[in-house]
Design a protein around this ligand. Sequence first.
Ligand code: GLU
Length: 289
Amino acid sequence: MTGIYRGRIAPSPTGHLHLGHARTFSIAQQRAEAANGALILRMDDLDGPRCTAEFSAAAIEDLRWLGLRWHEGPDVGGPHGPYTQSERMPLYIEAFERLRASGLIYPCKCSRQDVLRALSAPHEGEEEPLYPGTCRPATSIVSTEDRDGINWRFRVPDGETITFHDGNFGEQRAIAGRDFGDFLAWRKDGFPSYQLACAVDDALMQITEVVRGADLITSTFRQLLIFRALGHTPPACFHCELMTDETGTRLAKRNDALSLRTLRTQGRTPEDLLREMRGAQPGNKLPRA
Ligand code: GLU
C-alpha cells in the first residue's frame, strides 16, 4: 500500500547512465520510501536521433542492478501510462492546444541554437539565452498558424517574480523576462520541448515531488508557469547537488569511465557505489573509477 507521495525518475536514453544519475535516482527512491509513497519511471526519449531503444533497455537494466525499484513504468505498466514520452504525443498536443487557446504561446520564425536544443533538458552550461522578443506579438493572441512547421514560444509574464521552496536548497526565485525569457514550447519538427513535455507528464502522472539535479532549477521556473497555465497544481521540488569528476566538471554521459556499466564490468557492486556516493560530498572529487 503506498501513500500519497508520488516521485519519479526520468532518464533520457541518450547514453549509458553514470554515477551522477545513480546518486540522484537513489535520492529519489529514498525520498519515496521515506514517505511510504510510489516511484514512477518515465523514459524521456523525445530527442529522436539521440535516444535509442538500446539505451532505454540499458537504463532499465542498470537501474535494477543498482537496486532501484519502481511501482509504475514502461516495463511494469500502471494507471498513468504510457510511461515513454514518444508514446504520449496526443497528451502533448492537447496541452499545446490549450496553451494556444489561452494566447500563451506564439509562433516564432527565429532560427536559433536554443531551438535546436529544446528537446532535451538543459543541463549545466546549456541554458537557453534570453529571447529578445523578435517574434513576440505586442499583445497576447490566439494564433491560427498550423501547429507543426513552425516553432512556438511560451510568453512569460514579464517582471513577475516566480518563487518556489526547494526541499534541499530552500527559497528560489527568478524574475520572468529578466532571468529567463520566452522559451520554446513546441518545435517545428512536431515535438514538444522538454519544458512542455516534462510539465505535462509530471502533472498527468500526479507527481507530488520532483527530485532532479540542481542544474534544472532554472527549468523549474518555466515548468511552474506551464503548470499554472494548464491549471495543474505543481509538485514540490527537491534538487540534488551535482556530482563532478576529478576535473570539477559535471558528470555527463560522455564520462564513460563512470558509467554504471563500466563500473559493473570492473567488478564494483551496487553497495560499493552507494557507499562511495554517500561519501562523496557535493562538488567534491569522486573516487577514481
Ligand atoms: N530526462 C531529463 C534528463 O535526464 C529529465 C529531467 C527531469 O528530471 O526533469 O535530464
